[in-house]
Ligand binder design. Structure first.
Ligand SMILES: *Cc1c(COP(=O)(O)O)cnc(C)c1O
Length: 488
């Protein structure tokens, strides 16, 4: 809306001619895209504009008339392209394509991780990127190390400052100086003690605030983020149900506490049912005298930044398991990495760049790539996995035969419909097996505390790129063209 509004102010209030108003508007505005999900790439009905913002829609139509004139001149006999770049979606109810408007009416468009910017440029708005290639760039997200390390994790921050000084606080790239210390047994001990301290601090807080009692001697395995089908909390649930089935079959698993947290949008029924399933799973396991010695599931309510600041320093494992190609960047992935958790994740969003920085051998990556997800859509069959993967079938049968809903029969039938009848759009079943394999390797490493701590240190040492200081400096230099203002 900044595009038509700034144009309106310059035309109607400053009385500038069109070309000058348009030029100032474009030079002033820049667009950061945060998602490729079609339900979030907004399309606003023309009818709403006509009712509430008649002058703005008039200006949008004029911008579009000039745009399409230009397209037809530059690409004659390519009516398909004109229709695709148009600011107005025709056919059925006419709608304004807000992302196209933002790209056409600004001087810069960027995504928030390398893979996301690439998909935006080559798939989502391909035609516009071909017309204006110089406008497109990437700015990988970051997080502030002052909040997410210095403030949230005083024990680890202290260990880091003790060994490399406090320059990292305003220049996070200095964390790379921790790399050689991964082979220093004294540093590894101090690093391990800091993690143990953060875990018992969190366990004490959780108990004191009325939550469950959790044991810091177990692996703290976390997935905390908004509940959404593409983020695949349900895939994590399937992993836990498989581990629970193994325990029921007499196997032993590495003692673990699985933490989930995240809010669901008010009308998002699927997301709320996933929360219900996590809570029911937690209850069933708690009541099983054999399983509850090895597995505990905790759903922490009211997820917010303050809870994240408490939990993330205490975590050993970060689950970043979105269907590849759907998570624009993610930022909790960076918070966990900076606090010495190991990542179990798909090759999606900024997780790809995080693994590049720390070395893939220090990550537990699994599952289909974005290309493989796109290429297998046509023939992917969740039922094939149900029929050919005994552990997947066991887990699904437990859920759908009401093992976790004995007094609420049929409660989880909508999940069955999503996964089995409606084609499992987010391909949970395609990635379950490789998720469990990666999880097995991770638990194997946990039995080797030195090997584990080495990888955790190399993760912290490789997290320097993911400071928001770096991101903001790139926006300042490349997009805003502003220089730092030094404070004496
Ligand atoms: C960091 C953070 C997020 C973003 O998490 P993702 O896993 O990247 O989606 C969401 N909510 C809160 C409270 C956060 O602190």
């Amino acid at each position: 809306m900044a595009v038509p509004e700034l144009l309106r102010v310059l035309l109607d209030e400053a009385h500038l001619p069109w070309d000058q108003a348009w030029d100032i508007t474009r030079k002033t505005l820049a667009y950061t895209n945060h998602t490729l999900l079609p339900e979030a790439l907004e399309k606003w009905p023309v009818a709403w504009f006509e009712l509430f913002l008649p002058r703005h829609i008039e200006l949008i139509f004029e911008v579009n008339r000039r745009l399409l004139e230009d397209v037809r001149r530059r690409y004659p006999n390519a009516e398909g392209r004109a229709q695709r770049v148009s600011l107005i979606e025709e056919g059925g109810e006419r709608k304004v394509r807000m992302a196209n408007l933002a790209i056409v009416g600004s001087h810069s468009t960027n995504g928030v991780a390398a893979i996301h910017s690439e998909l935006l440029r080559t798939l989502t708005v391909k035609d516009l990127a071909e017309m204006y290639p110089e406008r497109f760039s990437n700015k990988t997200n970051g997080i502030t190390p002052r909040r997410w390390l210095l403030l949230a994790n005083p024990s680890l921050a202290g260990v880091i400052t003790h060994s490399i000084g406090d320059g990292w606080i305003t220049d996070l790239s200095q964390l790379h100086r921790l790399k050689p210390l991964a082979d220093d047994s004294g540093f590894r001990d101090a690093f391990r003690r800091a993690k143990a301290q953060a875990k018992s601090c969190f366990a004490d807080w959780l108990k004191a605030s009325g939550g469950p009692v959790v044991s810091p001697d177990t692996i703290f395995d976390c997935q905390v983020k908004r509940i959404h089908e593409y983020k695949r909390q349900l895939l994590n649930v399937l992993r836990v149900v498989v581990l629970y089935s193994r325990v029921r079959a007499g196997q032993r698993v590495t003692p673990r506490t699985f933490f989930f947290a995240g809010k669901a949008a008010p009308a998002y029924r699927f997301a709320k049912l996933v929360i219900k399933l996590i809570n029911n799973l937690a209850d069933t396991i708690q009541r099983d005298p054999v399983a509850n010695k090895q597995i505990k599931v905790v759903f922490l309510p009211e997820y917010c930044a303050t809870l994240a600041e408490r939990l993330i320093p205490a975590s050993d494992v970060s689950n970043q398991i979105s269907t590849a190609g759907y998570e624009a960047s993610g930022t909790s992935n960076m918070k966990f990495m900076m606090n010495g958790a190991l990542t179990l994740g798909t090759r999606d969003g900024a997780t790809i760049e995080m693994a590049e920085e720390a070395g893939e051998e220090n990550f537990f990556l699994f599952g289909l790539t974005a290309r493989e997800v796109a290429d297998s859509r046509a023939w992917y069959s969740p039922k094939w996995h149900y029929e050919h993967d005994p552990e997947a079938r066991m887990a699904l049968d437990l859920i759908f035969q009401d093992h976790f809903s004995q007094s609420e029969r049929g409660l989880f039938a909508p999940l069955r419909k999503t996964l089995m009848e409606d084609g499992d759009h987010y391909m949970h079943l395609a990635d379950l097996k490789s998720y469990l394999e990666a999880d097995g390797r991770l638990c194997g490493l946990y039995a080797d505390p030195d090997g584990w701590t080495r990888k955790a240190i190399l993760n912290v040492a490789g997290s320097g790129k993911f400071s928001s200081d770096r991101t903001i400096a790139q926006y300042a230099t490349d997009i805003w063209k502003v220089k730092p203002c030094p404070i004496p």
